[in-house]
Design a protein around this ligand. Structure first.
Ligand SMILES: Nc1nc2c(ncn2[C@@H]2O[C@H](COP(=O)(O)OP(=O)(O)OP(=O)(O)O)[C@@H](O)[C@H]2O)c(=O)[nH]1
Ligand SMILES: [Mg+2]
Length: 331
């Protein structure tokens, strides 16, 4: 977009030289610079917002794929297989595992459950774990910022793996251009028991562990749900059966992802989706910033004082909040 072209230079020109050097290293594909940058934004340590401001103009080119599903559904195994496939196509990959139930070891290796070691020596794959629930600014925000750093570093594809359980996950998945929901036969997590929110965000369904009994039943259940509600974008999410541990069906998943991407482009929906996402995210960022500003004015002692005044009905909370907001505007 033309309007964006004028500001990258402005920012980098006025940047602190050491920050500028790390950005150059990061953009040249240096994994350590990338790791440092993500830690910086994740921990909100000195200069994090300057870094994000400077990186933002370089981001926006990566395709972000969200993969979500119950614990143990085979998300990492599938991500691993997809990464392998994309590397064969010479596309660079960034992976963010959000709050993984199986922890990473050594930063770049997922542990023995997942054969990410295959990629260990490949600089075309960068893996990062965000295992900090309750991280500063929230998990969804930290993940969004980490994805932005990866995007600005020039990764073609970013895969975000998250366990599909709560609002945090829904927020995270909303970041993605394309969302893959992974289900498995049996295990009690029938379609009905999967959070409705997660079902709604699925652009593609994967039934993994299709080597087990019951894959057809899951497929029927998804179809039944799909027949109940049409999507706004008129896309019917395809259902792909996989045995990720054997690599079966992985090509079909990649093809489904490519199909949906083509559909989004054809219908001009990618930009629209992005605008909708940013609308939500801007509101969230504003809410955080406003709250931070208000909290900076009211320490915990004051808050307790206000609360007891309200509890004793000496003061009404409505006027109080109005006063605080006015004070924030002036301060
Ligand atoms: N039978 C079978 N096992 C599979 C399949 N895919 C993955 N697995 C196994 O399922 C287990 C869990 O796989 P992961 O890829 O770690 O699952 P996950 O969803 O990432 O798990 P968490 O990150 O812990 O939530 C591993 O032992 C895999 O080898 C499959 O298609 N069939
Ligand atoms: Mg996993």
């Amino acid at each position: 977009m033309l309007v964006g072209l004028s500001f990258p230079l402005l920012y980098t020109d006025s940047l602190d030289p050491s920050l500028q050097r790390s950005i150059e290293r990061l953009r040249s594909g240096d994994a350590r610079a990338l790791a440092r940058a993500i830690s910086m934004v994740e921990n909100r340590s000195g200069g994090w917002s300057e870094l994000l401001k400077a990186l933002f103009p370089h981001a926006g080119n990566a395709r972000v794929i969200g993969l979500t599903g119950a614990p143990g559904a085979g998300k990492s195994t599938l991500v691993d297989q997809l990464a392998k496939l994309y590397r064969k196509e010479n596309r660079s990959v960034g992976i963010i595992a959000v709050d993984p139930t199986s922890p990473y070891t050594g930063g770049a290796i997922l542990g023995d459950r997942i054969r990410m070691q295959d990629h260990y020596a490949d600089p075309g794959i960068y893996i990062r774990s965000m295992a900090t629930r309750g991280s500063l600014g929230g998990l969804a925000r930290a993940t969004a910022d980490a994805a932005l750093v990866l995007d600005a570093s020039g990764r073609d594809l970013i895969m975000i793996e998250t366990v599909g359980v709560g609002q945090d996950e829904v927020d995270i998945v909303r970041l993605a251009d394309i969302t893959v929901v992974i289900l498995v036969p049996g295990m009690g997590d029938d379609v009905q028991t999967i959070k409705a929110g997660i079902m709604e965000i699925a652009d593609i369904f994967v039934i993994n562990k299709s080597d087990r009994e019951g894959a057809e039943r899951v497929e029927r259940e998804i179809r039944a749900m799909q027949s109940l509600a049409a999507r706004n974008d008129r896309w019917t999410p395809p259902i792909v059966k996989t045995v990720a541990s054997e690599g079966t069906g992985v090509r079909d998943v990649a093809a489904a992802i490519a199909d949906y991407e083509a559909y989004l482009k054809k219908e001009n929906l990618m930009f629209k989706k992005n605008v909708e996402n940013w609308q939500e995210r801007l509101l969230e960022m504003l809410r955080d910033a406003m709250l931070e500003k208000a909290r900076a004015q009211i320490d915990n002692g004051r808050l307790e004082q206000f609360a007891s005044e309200v509890a004793e009905h000496q003061r009404d909370p409505y006027s109080l909040v109005e006063e605080i907001v006015r004070g924030t505007n002036h301060g």
